[in-house]
Write a protein that binds this ligand. Sequence first.
Ligand code: NOJ
Length: 927
Amino acid sequence: MRPHMRNLNLLLILLLLGLHLCSVLSWKRDEFRNCNQTPFCKRARSRKPGSCSLVARHASISDGELTAKLLTKNQDNVEDHDQIQPLVLTLSVYQDGILRLKIDEDPSLGPPKKRFEVPDVIVPEFSNTKLWLQRVSTETIEGDAEPSSIVYISDGYEAVLRHDPFEVYVREKGNGNRVISLNSHGFFDFEQLRTKREGEEWEERFRSHTDSRPYGPQSISFDVSFYGADFVYGIPEHATSLALKPTRGPGVEDSEPYRLFNLDVFEYIHDSPFGIYGSIPFMISHGKQRGTSGFFWLNAAEMQIDVMGAGWDAESGIALPSEKNRIDTFWMSEAGIVDTFFFVGPGPKDVVRRYTSVTGMPAMPQLFATAYHQCRWNYRDEEDVDHVDSKFDEHNIPYDVLWLDIDHTDGKRYFTWDSTLFPHPEEMQRKLATKGRHMVTIVDPHIKRDDSYHVHKEATQKGYYVKDAHGNDFDGWCWPGSSSYLDMLSPEIRSWWADRFSLENYVGSTPSLYIWNDMNEPSVFNGPELTMPRDSLHFGGFEHRELHNAYGYYFHMATAEGLVKRGEGKDRPFVLSRALFAGSQRYGAIWTGDNSADWDHLRVSVPMVLTLGLTGMPFSGADVGGFFGNPEPELLVRWYQLGAYYPFFRGHAHHDTKRREPWLFGERNTELIRDAIHVRYMLLPYFYTLFREANTSGVPVVRPLWMEFPSEEATFSNDEAFMVGSSILVQGIYTERAKHASVYLPGGQSWFDLRTGTAYKGGLTHKLGVSEDSVPAFQRAGTIIPRKDRFRRSSTQMVNDPYTLVIALNSSQAAEGKLYVDDGKSFEFERGAYIHRRFVFSDGKLTSMNLAPVSPGKSQFSSETVVERIVVLGHVHRAKSAVIEPTNRKVDIELGPLWLQWGRESAAVTIRKPGVRIADNWTIKIL
Ligand code: NOJ
């Protein structure tokens, strides 16, 4: 390129980036479509209840499924061009009461093209759990002219396919109470693909963009009702409350629906149904009356979901059997098929467990990834990295990972290094690694269109880019300027991408380097709504509109697979992604994107993280401190105090913000932040145990209170407080200079202040004094928490440190807890190389029992690590000493602090130096 041309280009890039950065300053509502500007959403929302005229016919069992045709009522004898072609419906049943309903066009009737069915989200094992339906029974529902088909789901539930009017629902056997239903309000609509007729106008325009829409309208919409429900939750990602507020009906006439469309929204507002970076079309209902149920629609096109407020249907004339405690919702998607899953619960954990049995169990992270991460856009150069790293040591603050943002690269060409700023990347990483620390670099999906850039050259030659509507490589603007995007839908391209992460291909990388995938919605600065045009083309001829919400998921998947390949299958990957979809939990962590340094964003981070956990994504967190803006020290401290309990705990900031490493705000604030980070490090054994629980059951690391106390109504809409596992309750402080906090402590048992050990009664709201030292946090009576109390530089250096067990006794002087330990790194745990213990305290005795299956020949994990302290809270008897069985060794008991560091006020019964190994069976009897 000639120099003046290059300058011109540079100017253009700067201009565009400038524009982009301007828009960074506030959310530009006009950049994004609302429902009225989105024709499929507008059409669907204007439909009236009862407008569906479909009936189900020809129901029969074939291949272990119930199949039927959906047709318009008098279709059999009317010849009409515009009439919809019969649709094919299948109902299938899987173990644990999971019902799957699919509706698609009939391939035998020759639709213009196959509609997109999202591959690679449902795990292959799921199909093995299918129950082979043998028969269908019939029953005439009161008032109906013809019988409905009934199929078995599980011992307690059955599914009903009502033929006329068409409706599908799950009901309890015996009493017939409904659990979830679809099309009870007759909203179902399925726009079929057609060939364009003369004069038909299919194009859609938004701002300066035109969507050619070659296949015309193809949206799907229907209503779903949840029975015995007080609230609905889920469908991330939105910055909004945990219990979803109504978006349609009396009093909310102007509300937008909850939008699921992955978008790069700068400075998103803190209370809005607007779509941001990720989409999981999974909703959970919960109520005192019936418990929990769930509904998942596997569809990756833009989706909009309304939660109907009470009275929305006052004039519909449709009366459903259960009018009370029913929540109606309305689902609309631009394309794809109906592929839906109904989960019956009845407990919240059952629903999440089953949802993850469909979409996959969350990945087990490496230990280091569960510790504290330090990030900033950008750590300037190697000297800066070195400086930040040594300051953490100087201030005695542990951290595990140092992150490099886009500016570490050579002109935003990922997999490269700016050779002036980072001339010795390997040495830099090795230096960190000697302290047990890791590095993360950013790798985004936009590939700089530069012929001298090897990634671009090869991708172009191989034809690996997404194509525009005309079949040319799609060219859009992002950080590097003109960029193309790899077509991650293709397994071949994903495999090629994965190979980019080998140590040979990623020059300057070392085995202690892990990856950050950002901008993978994908973000396209000059695209419609800052993303890829919907008529762009992917592998298999699918349009981008059909898979948009899963693009980032595939990118995340390919990157995680790259790290697995790099480590020859022996090293668990760590990849943080911004975009997400159902199933992302299998590939790593996500964070909630570009939040702001204000109290409202601190506040909304809790429902956001909780919602992600409820929908299968346990490993998430928000940027501590807020990405945009400069937090006041008090806000920063409060954010660390809360963020220490996020599953993913990372400080991060925009490059325009002032530096905010923990030691920059005076001694007292440094001390407070250090304390907050120390709390996380002390609790790492507990967190790691919870990550393993998530990995085997899908049950999230942090949970809404109602997940642990499902019958306590007072908890249903509480999203200021949350549970970490089942043993710790945390209440954030979301206001400046707070002196008091009202904290509701659920259940009939007491709660012990995590720091002071002070006991509080359960089942009450306590007005508590709040100090600057910490946010309120409590250990639930009846639990045992494993801790590590010695402070090191990083989690890796704590591996052989001894444990502290904190026993909080309930009113029966009993408690229990678990500990999971493995090598923290490899996949050997999948072959049984781990320690899993259950601790039970009762009758004055603490017993450690093995939970791991004992099978000869399995891989082994051994550890010499011992328990150095056992603290007992709520112990009502006098205790002088303890004896350890089976060795009969006596150990001392004394009153000691709950926390060695801050426990001045507390004096808890403490068993000193029991020295028992965590790998062994033992009993300690208090005398
Ligand atoms: C946007 C991300 O959300 C942010 O975290 C990152 O620092 C910038 N992109 C630059 O890479």
